[in-house]
Design a protein around this ligand. Structure first.
Ligand code: NAP
Length: 209
């Protein structure tokens, strides 16, 4: 992990249950479009909006992220949120990253566009958007313009969008496919596919959403 003032850092925040090619293509698209030196994948421990339903164990989501990112020299996986007790508020993560990388770092938080719908309700949102840029990744056909416009007006030059065709792949769909015994080949790296089978993930589907 590189440090110091002025570093251009991408933070790929997500539950990653499991990580798939949509996430990887998004991170690479954001990296090249925003000239990021490193993209840090940040699996969350307990997402504030998912406290009422099952998420796979942190160790599995972390290891799948490590396996998936191993072939890209610009990608790293962080345990900051996994190792922090309680709900994973993004603002707490950003403050921790500022302490590590310094005030000169340009931090870009990358996440799914669906997440942006709730962004105004996130903890300390004004501070959050003062600490980082927000890059919303959209799936094909996803209509976001009104919300994005509102956010861009409220936070000028802080909120951007990147369109990613491969985001038609979704973690929810992959979990359902596993549960129904359908193929997940070519939706995610083979190493992650085998990890899922080896550890028998997503079979007890009722617990997941
Ligand atoms: P989610 O609600 O599961 O995801 C929303 C949508 O975005 C899903 O369609 C998801 O697809 C997609 N997505 C999620 N992360 C993505 C990424 N990095 N790149 C591209 N697409 C992505 O969202 P989540 O994964 O739990 O949360 C996203 C991030 O926002 C996390 O870092 C979370 O901690 C943070 N968050 C913070 C707060 C807060 O601080 N109050 C509240 C909510 C979320 P897949 O299901 O295929 O991933």
């Amino acid at each position: 992990m590189k440090g110091g003032a002025g570093v251009r850092l991408g933070i790929m925040g997500g539950t990653f249950d499991p990580i798939h090619y949509g996430h990887l293509v998004t991170a690479e698209a954001a990296r090249t479009a925003f000239n990021l030196e490193t993209v840090l994948f940040m699996p969350n421990r307990l997402p504030p909006h998912k406290k009422d339903y099952q998420v796979s164990e942190a160790k599995h989501r972390y290891l799948m992220a490590v396996l998936a990112t191993i072939t890209n020299k610009y990608f790293e996986v962080s345990r900051i949120e996994l190792d922090r007790e309680g709900l994973s508020y993004t603002i707490d993560t950003l403050r921790a990253l500022r302490a590590i990388y310094g005030s000169g770092a340009e931090i870009h938080f990358i996440s799914g566009a669906d997440a942006i719908l709730d962004l105004l309700g996130w903890k300390d949102v004004d501070d959050l958007l003062a600490l980082c840029y927000f890059i919303a990744a959209t799936r094909p056909g996803y209509e976001l313009s009104e919300q994005l416009q509102q956010l861009q007006e409220k936070y000028p030059n802080r909120v951007f969008r990147v369109e990613v065709p491969a985001l038609a792949i979704s973690s929810t769909d992959i979990r359902q496919r596993v549960r129904r015994g359908k193929s997940i080949k070519y939706l995610l790296p083979e190493s992650v596919e085998y990890y899922i089978y080896k550890h028998n993930l997503y079979r007890m589907g009722e617990k997941y959403r």
